[in-house]
Write a protein that binds this ligand. Structure first.
Ligand code: MSP
Length: 503
């Protein structure tokens, strides 16, 4: 039996404003994971897209003086263009205003109506338009003036009183707890998983899943005065995009910590109610602040990915986001820390190593390596190749910074090897030894290039080209190098500087 593709998703983004680094972070992480799976020979399928219904979008379109769908088309395109610019290779891009999705929302809603898990009632309570969520009075924050504010958004809440359909979330508490217990890897990282556990153990209430006051949404089947609540609609995207394929269930949903509950509680309960298999993992990453402050409209400190990549390049941006903080933790973005890592790790450690090695092979060996030199016991590539499973284990656990730590340990070891063996001296005294050490360095660096490919695809391609691997993406695996395959398919030439230093 062939394995189904590794199916990975990002949240679908609200299109009331242009994308910023927060959106780029999740999407790049998903792309890196998908590329990693592909590089190991597993077919991967990456889904991203945009969340286009609901009051917030309706209001934003109105404020922009546009027809809602025209507004959606324009802003959704901004996200799609950014992914292209950031070298994100998604396999599908779903928009909740597409018919293929709306049909599936209605199908699922009708199914739950039929089996009694969705029923009609009345909602009287608070609503937060910014996070598009119903808020319990006990969770609301009171402003000094006595106004009730959303706990996440800090913005004034609306008071709703409308007829609504409810989803029997309360019924699924015990089944959810059982599922968490039986599948310890289902929710990650563990500190966030325990918050969810405590929340569900505290008892779940049924939730409202339709609105009568919001027109911009999917009509409830058989009751067009209601539209489906935007979160109920949005979560279904992961399943509707998989229609007619073998993709479902998803292997991993990557989400930000603020929307973990929707994905760890409501979505699995919806799937249980529909008798559908559950995703294998939901991973909640942390949040970026900028120069120590939360990004917000009022602070005007949204970081524009175009601005950063214009200055530092796409690959350095991708690298920094995944290197700076462990996936799952919060972290801070600043140009100072980006510049520091860029100069130290990319320009110095990596860039210099590649240029020194290719330059020496060019200069001392005329760009050609020995076909199969006799290896000595201290041949470094053998040990370097043994790091591949360690890196793979980190990647499987979505520990991107951990994987990069290992890669940089190797890069630093190789720099130390260059200094220790001093091939420029050997070139004068012992040509055989010089050939061997350069052969060793090139083979090891080809492995490094392969490991880096998911993180920095363009840089990895440049490294491999300089090291004589002409048919990119025909990257070398550890096994290839050790089996003596494709040792030096083309001449080794020094190329342009990979990361020019920043001052
Ligand atoms: N539309 C919902 C998601 C529905 S999924 C079925 C939504 N959209 S959003 O546009 O607000 O994007 C949320 C996602 O953007 C977060 O989950 C997170 O992945 C990312 N981020 C937004 N700001 C962020 C930071 N400051 N830092 C890191 N990521 C953040 O919620």
């Amino acid at each position: 039996m062939t394995m189904k593709p590794y199916y990975i998703t990002t949240p679908i983004y609200y299109i009331n404003a242009a994308p910023h680094i927060g959106h780029a972070y999740t999407t790049i992480a998903a792309d890196v994971l998908a590329r990693w799976q592909r590089s190991r020979g597993r077919e991967a399928f990456m889904l991203t897209g945009t969340d286009e219904h609901g009051q917030k979008i309706e209001d934003a379109a109105k404020a922009a003086g546009k027809h809602t769908i025209d507004f959606c088309d324009a802003t959704s395109a901004l996200f799609r263009d950014l992914w292209k610019h950031l070298d994100v290779r998604h396999d599908d891009y779903i928009r909740t205003t597409e018919k293929r999705h709306e049909d599936k929302v209605q199908e699922l809603f009708a199914l739950l109506l039929k089996n009694g898990d969705v029923y009609k009632g009345k909602y009287e309570g608070l609503y937060d338009v910014v996070s598009e969520s119903f808020v319990k009075e006990s969770d609301a924050i009171k402003s000094p003036k006595g106004i009730l504010l959303g706990p996440d958004s800090g913005k004034p809440l609306q008071t709703l009183s409308e007829e609504t359909y409810f989803f029997k979330l309360s019924k699924y508490g015990p089944a959810l707890l059982e599922h968490y217990k039986a599948n310890p890897g289902f929710l990650a990282p563990s500190h966030r998983a325990s918050e969810i556990l405590r929340f569900v153990e505290g008892g779940l209430e049924d939730i409202s899943v339709s609105r009568t006051k919001v027109k911009w949404g999917v009509p409830v089947p058989g009751d067009p005065d209601h539209t489906v609540y935007v979160w109920f609609d949005a979560l279904i995207n992961y399943w509707s995009a998989a229609a007619g394929t073998t993709l479902w269930p998803a292997d991993v949903h990557i989400v930000g910590k603020e929307i973990f509950r929707f994905h760890a509680v409501i979505w699995p309960a919806m799937l249980m109610a529909a008798g559908l298999p559950l995703p294998k993992k939901v991973f909640a990453h942390g949040w970026w602040t900028v120069e120590g402050k939360k990004m917000s409209k009022s602070a005007g400190n949204f970081v524009d990915p175009y601005e950063i990549t214009l200055e530092f390049g796409v690959d350095a941006f991708r690298y920094f986001l995944l290197r700076e903080m462990p996936f799952g933790n919060d972290g801070d973005f600043s140009k100072a820390s980006l510049t520091k890592r860029y100069n130290a790790e990319l320009a110095n450690d990596l860039g210099n190593l590649v240029s020194r090695v290719s330059e020496m092979v060019d200069k001392f060996l005329g760009g050609k390596l020995p076909v199969k030199p006799e290896l000595t016991p201290d041949f470094r590539t053998t040990a370097v190749a043994r790091r591949t499973p360690d890196i793979a284990a980190k990647m499987e656990a979505l520990d991107f910074s951990g994987a990069l730590d290992i890669i940089w340990e190797v890069v630093r070891d190789l720099n130390a090897l260059v200094n220790e063996k001093a091939p420029w001296k050997l070139a004068k005294t012992d040509m055989k030894a010089c050939e061997l050490v350069l052969f060793d360095l090139v083979c090891s660096l080809r492995l490094v290039g392969g490991w880096l490919d998911p993180f920095m695809p363009a840089t990895a391609a440049k490294i491999q080209m300089q090291l004589g691997v002409r048919h990119f993406p025909d990257l070398l695996t550890a096994e290839d190098v050790l089996a003596g395959k494709k040792e030096h398919p083309g001449p080794i030439l020094k190329g342009p500087v990979l990361f020019p230093r920043k001052i």
